[in-house]
Design a protein around this ligand. Structure first.
Ligand SMILES: Cc1cc2nc3c(=O)[nH]c(=O)nc-3n(C[C@H](O)[C@H](O)[C@H](O)COP(=O)(O)O)c2cc1C
Length: 193
């Protein structure tokens, strides 16, 4: 079998050089501490992948809001400045190997559930339940939407301060995408009110 040469060619993501096109996808590993701080073990896990030769790593879902935003019991958090130093250590550990690291900023919206949020009613752009989760939920108010926007901005700034190479959004219908979730949101989105 011929080796896919182009996979191992260097390239760029915008102006950022990458050493090859082998991308580690976001994989939630539940390796964080109980309150969502990245652990030494978690850093070691990513560093092994960087040493192994991947070009960019896309870090797993990291919360911009620690309660309603959860999609797992152990999501990493980027909702507070106190997480910057440990994120900085992670970024340095990855950069040592000439690998890039991107952070996936996340709020689960209607993809969360009350077992994760601690029995707090989950929130989304509209009060329509997810057919998969099936829980009643609360529509975000305009103030809460503005707060959420700000949380994404602040989360991105923290990632920049920590030396991360970039940010991206969660892949599977996160809260911000639920605003465009036709036909459910077309009928109920509070932005239209
Ligand atoms: C254990 C596990 C954790 C995952 N965590 C995330 C995650 O945090 N964020 C995300 O967007 N996708 C997550 N995914 C989805 C993977 O990134 C996705 O399956 C991978 O990109 C492969 O995609 P493909 O099956 O379409 O090739 C996860 C998948 C698994 C199996």
């Amino acid at each position: 079998m011929t080796k896919p040469q182009s996979l191992f060619k260097s390239g760029r993501i915008s102006c950022l050089p990458i050493r090859n096109r082998v991308v580690m996808p976001p994989l939630g590993m539940a390796l964080d501490s109980a309150y969502g701080e990245i652990t030494d073990y978690h850093i070691a896990y990513y560093e092994v992948r960087a040493r192994g030769g991947v070009g960019p790593i896309v870090m797993e879902a990291c919360l911009v809001e620690p309660t309603f935003g959860k999609s797992d019991f152990a999501n990493s958090r980027i909702d507070d400045n106190r997480f910057i130093p440990i994120m900085h250590r992670l970024a340095n550990a990855i950069h040592k190997h000439d690998t890039r690291i991107f952070v996936q900023m996340h709020h689960a919206g209607r993809q969360s559930n009350s077992a994760l949020t601690g029995a707090v009613q989950i929130v989304a752009p509209s009060p329509v339940s997810s057919p998969v989760i099936g829980e009643t939920l609360c529509a975000l108010s305009l103030e809460e939407i503005a707060d959420l926007e700000d949380r994404f901005v602040q989360g991105a700034l923290r990632c920049k301060m920590a030396g991360m190479d970039g940010v991206k959004r969660f892949n599977h219908r996160p809260c911000e995408q639920q605003f465009r979730n036709c036909p459910i949101e077309d009928q109920h989105c509070c932005l239209s009110s």
